[in-house]
Design a protein around this ligand. Structure first.
Ligand SMILES: [Zn+2]
Length: 381
């Protein structure tokens, strides 16, 4: 009886072991199947950002410098730069030179074309900067570098388009410069995911906004990307499939911006920006930022706005549109100039965007060891 009982317990335990082994193998096999079995174009839907430690955040943000951004990147952009103008050419050179001089090794290409406009045919140039062109998946940051054209009767006053969109472009250049080391390291640590920056020409209507007199650059590039196989030689996927998330920055630089939610499918990423805002607030990294949340409002729904994301949205690309609601009061007036920019807001948003990009790209900065850290790692006596 006792022996019998033992045998039966042993049998039960053996069958438990078999069952456990079966479940373990099944779960394991499912896991392997999921990680290797989903098409690469679906990976963006399961993408997880990392959360940097406070030490990593401090290390990452130690290189960003508003004054340097102002002099080096913003001032060269605050010129009349409508499509085909001398200012446009100078701004293009500035963007190409800046990104080309960084250690991370950006590939910068041009998308040049001529389009009919109410003023006749005009030349347009989009700039596309890709950190690692061989990576299939891209986090895209986008802005427009053209300024709105004001005909000669307005002469005597120069439209700077500071928030529209010199500041967003300067923020992107500052991000690339400040995170140069981290982005360089990310290239080898995550070869399938990279950062791409799009600088659009011809966002503004030249005469009056219509479907053909606006979004010249983004309409052209979205169509071009849709017809460009990606990765090279692919037969059923194109460059648009490579966009994980299309983050468009526009009308940024005035005090007190509020970014609401236009697209439920990407609301989690807006929530993540709010979460970063809270974390940086608690670390006292943000200036003139009295409440833990001031900028990002994922629960506040705002209506759709026509902007450079539209040609991409219409082709199924996932959009995060960072444009304040309401627009800055200086929008499309000659007061949209350097004097009316809010430095604290720009500096805070620079920091939030830089952490967002690193966390999305799973890029952990190297934390420099301090003498105190060294002491802590010494053997205890
Ligand atoms: Zn505008």
């Amino acid at each position: 009886m006792w022996k019998g009982a033992t045998t039966s317990m042993a049998e039960r335990s053996h069958s438990h072991y078999i069952m456990r082994l079966f479940y373990t193998v099944t779960i394991w096999a499912t896991f392997i199947h999921c990680t290797n079995g989903i098409p690469w174009t679906q990976e963006k839907f399961q993408h997880r950002a990392i959360t940097l430690t406070q030490g990593e955040i401090r290390a990452a943000l130690s290189h960003t410098d508003l004054e340097q951004m102002w002099q080096r990147d913003l001032m060269p952009l605050l010129v009349t730069r409508y499509p085909g103008s001398a200012g446009s050419q100078a701004v293009q050179e500035h963007i190409k030179t800046t990104l080309g001089s960084l250690g991370a090794g950006w590939e910068v290409t041009e998308d040049k074309f001529v389009s009919q406009t109410p003023y006749g045919p005009l030349p347009f140039t989009n700039l596309i900067a890709t950190l690692n062109p061989s990576a299939k998946r891209r986090l895209v940051l986008a802005c427009h570098y053209d300024s709105k054209y004001y005909p000669p009767q307005w002469h005597g006053r120069e439209f700077q388009g500071a928030t529209d969109s010199a500041v967003p472009c300067a923020m992107m250049l500052e991000l690339a410069r400040a995170l140069d080391e981290e982005l360089k390291a990310q290239k080898s640590s995550s070869p399938n995911l990279t950062l791409q920056m799009l600088f659009f020409d011809g966002e503004e209507a030249l005469f009056q906004w219509t479907s053909t007199d606006s979004l010249y650059g983004s309409r052209h590039l979205a169509q071009k990307m849709e017809t460009t196989p990606h990765p090279a030689g692919a037969t059923d996927t194109n460059q648009l499939h490579g966009i994980d998330l299309f983050v468009l920055l526009d009308l940024i630089g005035a005090a007190g911006p509020r970014f609401g939610n236009q697209f439920p499918s990407t609301a989690p990423w807006l929530s993540r920006l709010q979460n970063i805002e809270k974390r940086l607030h608690s670390m006292s990294q943000l200036v003139e930022h009295p409440n833990s949340v001031q900028y990002f409002w994922p629960d506040q729904f705002v209506s759709h706005i026509l902007d450079d994301h539209i040609p991409f949205l219409n082709r199924g690309v996932r959009i995060l549109h960072l444009i304040p609601s309401p627009f800055p009061s200086v929008w499309h007036t000659f007061d949209d100039n350097e004097q009316n920019l809010d430095r604290s807001t720009i500096q805070n948003l620079n920091k939030i965007m830089q952490v967002f990009v690193l966390e999305y790209l799973n890029a952990r900065p190297t934390v420099p060891s301090t003498p105190q850290d060294d002491l802590q790692t010494l053997p205890q006596h």
